[in-house]
Design a protein. Structure first.
Lengths: 82, 462, 253
């Protein structure tokens, strides 16, 4: 699934970062790499961008960027089956 | 996953760099930062970017900054006004009463009047810059971009366009310079081209003159809000149009860091404000001073030798008081001057907007820089009306024009090109005069259209 | 006796680099005070900020590079920073990092180290990191990275004297920092380095510089393999031409 599908408060591990060129490079530069663990913290009142946490860093991503990040949710209270 | 056989060198390199950084940390970090290090910042964010309250809070913060700009700015403005008036009368006193001197006129009407009209708004400018610097340095600006991105994006802009646009409220010059934070050329160009529609500090001087002159106290704040909102709305529409026409194409990545809230440091804020205020004052000291002198010359020369009013009085056609005769003479004088002639020549063109040659004359200055409009109106009136004792500029304006003309005038000054410096900067920052000329021609054309429509439709109702 | 022989030495060329939001500008202000100027890089939209300060007997020309997250040349800011690092003959580069964001910030440091410049690491916002309970041994870090490391708080002017001393120390030393990238990648870079013309090859200009030349080639290679060969042959040709020219100059003089 992609990052945009995560619920608020859900943790996940990045498995792949799709795309090419500057957009992908920027994601990689920020440390959004396979095996990195992220938390979905909030979504803007207007529905986008999303606000995630990666280690000590908080980042805002647009829908477009968020859908290019493939994640594997970590088992939590909200979603046990994944 | 790791065996991509060099297919994905970007990922391999980034992974290698992060692995290096991770190794450095595991080997040297004696104690990790607590996971709740950002607890305070997170708590604040729970309120400030709240699902429902985030946007209203943002609107309230913006309103608060504008409100403080005007109320706290009032007393120091009075002091500056008093200082310049005293200086003016001191210089006038150096010449014997009743004598006419070109130098005295240049000093008092041209220089002190012109520069004073700009310096008086320094308190407003400083307060607005203070508010913006506080938002920037506290980290709230990034939250504002987060809150606003969807909306900005819908109009073809970027969340990061928001900061330059906000800076544009202070002055278009630093605003255009701030578009550098935008990585994509098209995002940057779009922002740069529509940014002058953000009502800048220089235009604030015009609003501060016109709004109290034409509108009742209860209507002043809403009117000011309307002007700002009109600029924002038009910027959005134009940005959207640009993004589907001249500037269609791929977008820059939106990956924005949200730094934790920090207490702004007084020294840094004051440095930032002083730097910007200095740019403003330097503009007043150089560009505006020379334009003031040029415009003074254009309004004072050529001198008329005989006045119609004198002949009429001599022939006994009219009987007027000495003061009224003086006023008529000055009026005829300015009509006869270079600026008056240009203003009259322009009249057929600007008449559909409800403007007369006086406003046209003042707008000649406004083309060079918006704040010159105030100085110019001041000169036009100081010289065409000797009755300066108890009626200030505002009541004179209110006497000569209807509020509808004022609205049309404000819209024209809002939308048409801000100042020469902005055009020059756009040319430099966009890398071509083509964009600057498009900005100049496009905005002035749109301004003309809108003012004509507003004035003529408005006339049907008033 | 000394005044006659007095000769103004060339100022030290020092640049500040770092992520956006790392507090680079406050460090710059602390170091230069009022001696600073702002202008644009010609033809592009990036701001150039530079200034001077006195460091013991030496004069330092300080350049504030635009804030970047990496040196991959996608944005004009990144291109400016990269070009300055590779071409400006900088004596020292101060990498200003946010101490509360060490992982990401050290990535930029690694890229700087690849450029073959002497590096000083300024761990800015050290007060915030300490408040959060973070502890790091500066001595161990210096040893690991091979460059001076200082803690600073730009907003309060703390650690600025230490930073100045570190700049002087780095400028006086001959050591380039050590960068141990992932083994496999290091080997790949070495292999490409061996294809470079002899003058550019590691022994002459130092391994890190070669690496910085090679990295963009690797990046290009991922897009078009063919380009790599033509790139190298063009470089070889250019290098041969340079050699010829130089030979001609030396014989004529």
């Amino acid at each position: 699934m992609t990052l945009i599908e995560l619920n608020i408060g859900q943790r996940a591990t990045i498995t792949d970062v799709l795309g090419t060129g500057p957009v992908r490079q920027r994601l990689l530069d920020m440390g959004l790499l396979p095996a990195s663990e992220i938390i979905m913290e909030r979504i803007a009142p207007t529905g986008a961008p999303v606000w995630i946490r990666l280690e000590a860093m908080q980042l805002a991503l647009r829908r477009n960027e968020a859908t290019s990040i493939i994640v594997e949710p970590l088992a939590s209270k909200t979603e046990v089956q994944a | 996953m790791q065996e991509k056989e060099g297919k994905d060198i970007d990922l391999i390199l980034s992974t290698a760099y992060f692995k290096f950084a991770g190794d450095v940390l595991t080997k040297n970090l004696e104690q990790k930062a607590r996971s709740d290090a950002r607890a305070f910042s997170d708590k604040l964010d729970r309120i400030l970017v709240h699902k429902f309250f985030g946007l209203p809070i943002f609107a309230a913060i913006m309103y608060g900054i504008f409100y403080l700009t005007f109320t706290l700015g009032e007393p120091p403005m009075d002091w500056i006004d008093a200082t310049f008036s005293a200086l003016g009368s001191w210089i006038t006193g150096l010449w014997p009463a009743g004598s006419e001197s070109a130098l005295q006129s240049l000093l008092v009407d041209g220089i002190i009047g012109g520069v004073g009209g700009v310096v008086i708004f320094l308190p407003n400018i400083l307060l607005l810059f203070l508010g913006l610097a506080f938002l920037e340095d506290s980290g709230y600006m990034a939250r504002a971009a987060f809150l606003m991105d969807r909306v900005m994006h819908r109009f073809g802009l970027h969340g990061k366009s928001f900061v330059p646009m906000m800076t544009g409220f202070g002055c278009s010059i630093p605003g255009i310079m701030a578009t550098r934070t935008l990585e994509n050329e098209r995002d940057r160009l779009t922002t740069m081209l529509v940014l002058p529609l953000m009502s800048c500090g220089a235009r604030l001087t015009v609003w501060m003159l016109l709004i109290p002159a034409f509108f009742a106290p209860a209507w002043r704040a809403p009117m000011l809000g309307f002007i700002y909102a009109a600029g924002i709305l038009l910027a959005m529409i134009l940005a959207r149009l640009l993004r589907v026409s001249l500037l269609a194409g791929a977008e820059a990545p939106f990956v924005m860091e949200l730094p934790p809230y920090r207490m702004p440091v007084g020294k840094q804020i004051s440095k930032k404000i002083l730097e910007r205020a200095w740019i403003y004052l330097r503009k007043a000291g150089t560009v505006i001073l020379s334009i003031s002198i040029l415009l003074w010359f254009m309004t004072a020369y050529p001198k008329k030798e005989t006045y119609e009013v004198d002949q009429k009085v001599a022939q006994g056609q009219v009987s007027l008081s000495e003061e009224e005769i003086e006023g008529q003479r000055a009026y005829e004088g300015i009509r006869y001057s270079i600026a008056g002639r240009i203003g009259q020549a322009m009249e057929p063109v600007i008449k559909p907007m409800g403007f007369d040659w006086k406003l046209g004359t003042a707008m000649i200055g406004a083309f060079a820089a918006k704040e010159v409009f105030v100085a110019q109106v001041g000169i036009v009136y100081a010289m065409s009306d000797v009755d300066e004792e108890n009626s200030d500029l505002r009541s004179q304006l209110a006497r000569d024009y209807s509020p509808l003309v004022a609205l049309s005038l404000m819209l024209f000054l809002l939308i048409s090109t801000p100042c020469m410096a902005t055009i020059a900067l756009t040319a430099r920052e966009s890398g071509s005069w083509k964009w600057a000329m498009l900005q100049l021609g496009g905005l002035t054309g749109i301004a003309y259209l809108i003012s004509v429509v507003v004035y003529n439709v408005g006339k049907l109702f008033v | 006796m000394s005044s006659a022989a007095q000769q103004e030495p060339a100022p030290l060329q020092v640049a500040l680099a770092g992520n956006p939001n790392a507090g680079k500008t406050s460090i710059f202000n602390q170091l230069t005070g009022a001696n600073q100027q702002v202008a644009n890089y010609p033809g592009i939209t990036v701001e150039k900020r530079w200034g001077n300060f006195q460091l013991g007997d030496a004069q330092v020309a300080l350049l504030d590079l635009p804030g970047t997250y990496s040196l991959t040349p996608f944005s004009p800011e990144e291109r400016v920073a990269r070009d300055a690092l590779l071409n400006d003959n900088l004596d020292v580069v101060v990498v200003v990092i946010d101490s509360t964001q060490l992982h990401r910030s050290l990535v930029l440091l690694a890229q700087m180290m690849q450029c073959g410049v002497k590096v000083v690491l300024a761990m800015n916002m050290a007060d915030e990191a300490q408040k959060a309970g973070q502890k790091i041994s500066l001595q161990a870090l210096e040893k690991h990275l091979g460059c001076p490391v200082v803690e600073t708080v730009g907003s309060k002017g703390q650690g600025i004297d230490n930073l100045s001393q570190a700049i002087a120390k780095a400028a006086a030393s001959n050591n380039h920092p050590i960068l141990n990238l992932d083994q496999g990648l290091g080997a790949a870079i070495d292999r490409i380095g061996s294809l470079l013309p002899a003058e550019m090859a590691p022994p002459k200009i130092g391994w890190p510089h070669a690496c910085s030349l090679v990295t963009p080639i690797l990046k290009n290679a991922s897009k078009k393999r063919v380009r790599l060969r033509s790139f190298l042959s063009r470089r070889n040709k250019r290098a041969r031409l340079c050699k010829k020219k130089r030979a001609r100059i030396s014989t004529s003089s």
